[in-house]
Design a binder for this molecule. Structure first.
Ligand code: NAD
Ligand code: ZN
Length: 360
C-alpha cells in the first residue's frame, strides 16, 4: 500500500444501554454554544405521534424536523435541509442530532458537513473531498444493522450516482445506543436491516482486503448475528445483541470493504429505488457460488423467520435497464476487487453480471 496505512477516525463517545436515550439532554448541554445556537433534531417521521417525540430535550430555539425514511437520502434533500436551517437561524447551530435508521443517520451526517462547507452535497460524494470539519453531530439509531452509526460515510443518491461522502469529518461525535428504541421495528424491516449487518460480515470476512483489524470485528458481529437470527433468545437480549452486531459489523467494513451483494444492491437502488436492506437480501440469495456458507446461513435465517422476499423485481426490465444496473454495479471497483481480487474484471464480466440480475 503506497499511500501508507489508513488513519481511521472512530466515534469518540458512545453511550450504551436500555433507556440511555434519556441522557440526551445532559449530553448536549455542554455543547450548546449559546441560546441562539440551536440543536436541530432530524427525526424519522415514524416517531411523529410517538412518545419519543415528546422526550426530545427541546430548549431555547431548538428545532425538531421530522423526515420520512420512505426513500433513501438524496443530495438535493440534504441541500434543502441546509438552506432551510441557514435561512431560519442567524447563528450556526450548536449541532445536529439524527434519530432513526440509516436514512436519518446519513442525513444528519451530511447536513452537519454541508453546514460548514460551501457548495452542494453532490460536490462531496467520493473520497476525502470535504475540506472543513462538520459541525458537532450525534447519531441515535432506532433500528439495527447498517453500521451507519460508526461508519465514516454517508450514502446519498445524487443526480448521477449513488455514492457516499467518505471523509474523516463524516463520523459522528457522539452516538447513543439505546436498544429500547428498536422495540417497535416491524418484523420484515428488522430482518432486512439486520441482514445488512450479516452481509457486511460475510463480505468482509470473505474479502481479499481482510486483515486482523476487520476480522476481529467481523467475527464478533457474525457470532452475534447467528445468536440473534438462528437461536431463540429473549427479545431484550436480542435487541442488545443486534445493536452491538451492527456496531461491530460497521467497524469490520470500515477497515476493509463490502462485496458483490452491495455492488449489485447499489444498482437496484439507483435504477429502481430498492432500499438497501431488502436490496441486499434480494441479491445475496443468488450469490451462492461466491459466498456458499453465507448464503446457506441466510437461507436458514429466512426460513426460521418465515420471511417472504419480493420476487420478479427484474422480470420486466429492458436491455437499457440492465445496462444501467451493470454500469452502476461495476462502477464500485473497490467492492469487486475486495470480493474477487485484482483480476475481478475477467471474472465478473458484464454478461455474467446481467445473468445474475436476471434471476432477481
Ligand atoms: P431506514 O432508515 O431506511 O428505515 C427503514 C424503515 O424502518 C423506515 O420505514 C423507518 O421509518 C422504519 N423505522 C426505523 N426505526 C423504527 C422504529 N424504531 N420503529 C418502527 N419503525 C422504524 O432503514 P435502515 O435499513 O436502517 O437504513 C437504510 C439506509 O442506510 C440506506 O439509505 C442505506 O444507504 C444507508 N446505509 C448507510 C450506511 C453507512 O455506513 N452510512 C451503511 C449501510 C446502509
Ligand atoms: Zn450495507
Amino acid at each position: 500500500n503506497t499511500s501508507g496505512h489508513r488513519n481511521f477516525p472512530m466515534v469518540p463517545r458512545v453511550v450504551f444501554g436500555q433507556g440511555s436515550f434519556h441522557q440526551l439532554g445532559e449530553i448536549l448541554l455542554p455543547r450548546r454554544r449559546n441560546s441562539d445556537a440551536p440543536f436541530i433534531y432530524l427525526v424519522d417521521d415514524y416517531f411523529e405521534d410517538k412518545s419519543l417525540a415528546h422526550d426530545i430535550p427541546l430548549i431555547f430555539n431548538d428545532e425538531l424536523i421530522f423526515v420520512s425514511a420512505e426513500e433513501e437520502p438524496k443530495t438535493q434533500q440534504v441541500d434543502a435541509l441546509v438552506s432551510r436551517i441557514r435561512e431560519r437561524f442567524d447563528e450556526m447551530p450548536s449541532g445536529i442530532v439524527g434519530i432513526g435508521g440509516g436514512t436519518l443517520l446519513d442525513l444528519a451526517k451530511a447536513v452537519s458537513i454541508l453546514l460548514n462547507n460551501s457548495g452542494l452535497a453532490h460536490d462531496y460524494q467520493g473520497w476525502d473531498l470535504v475540506q472543513k470539519p462538520s459541525i458537532y453531530h450525534v447519531g441515535i439509531p432506532t433500528i439495527s444493522g447498517t453500521g451507519a452509526e460508526v461508519s465514516r460515510t454517508t450514502v446519498l443518491l445524487g443526480p448521477e450516482k449513488k455514492l457516499g461522502i467518505n471523509s474523516d469529518y463524516t463520523t459522528f461525535d457522539q452516538v447513543i445506543l439505546d436498544p429500547d428504541l428498536a422495540i417497535t421495528v416491524p418484523k420484515d424491516q428488522w430482518f432486512y436491516t439486520g441482514m445488512d449487518c450479516f452481509i457486511h460480515c460475510v463480505e468482509s470476512l470473505n474479502g481479499t482486503y481482510l486483515n486482523a483489524f476487520s476480522q476481529s470485528y467481523g467475527e464478533k458481529a457474525m457470532e452475534l448475528c447467528k445468536e440473534v437470527f438462528l437461536e431463540d433468545i429473549p427479545d431484550t437480549e436480542s435487541r442488545d445483541k443486534l445493536m452491538m452486531a451492527s456496531w461491530h459489523g460497521g467497524m469490520s467494513i470500515a477497515y476493509s470493504q463490502v462485496g458483490i451483494a452491495h455492488a449489485m444492491s447499489y444498482g437496484l437502488s439507483y435504477l429502481l429505488g430498492t432500499k438497501h436492506g431488502v436490496g441486499n437480501c434480494l441479491v445475496f440469495k443468488h450469490l451462492g457460488e461466491f459466498y456458499p456458507e453465507g448464503v446457506a446461513l441466510f437461507n436458514q435465517m429466512l426460513e426460521k423467520h418465515n420471511i417472504q422476499l419480493p420476487e420478479g423485481i427484474c422480470a420486466n426490465l429492458t436491455q437499457d435497464d440492465f445496462d444501467i444496473l451493470v454500469k452502476v454495479a461495476l462502477g464500485m471497483e473497490p467492492l469487486w476487487e475486495n470480493a474477487l481480487g485484482k483480476d475481478w474484471r475477467s471474472i465478473m464480466t458484464p454478461e455474467r453480471l446481467q445473468q445474475l440480475y436476471q434471476q432477481i
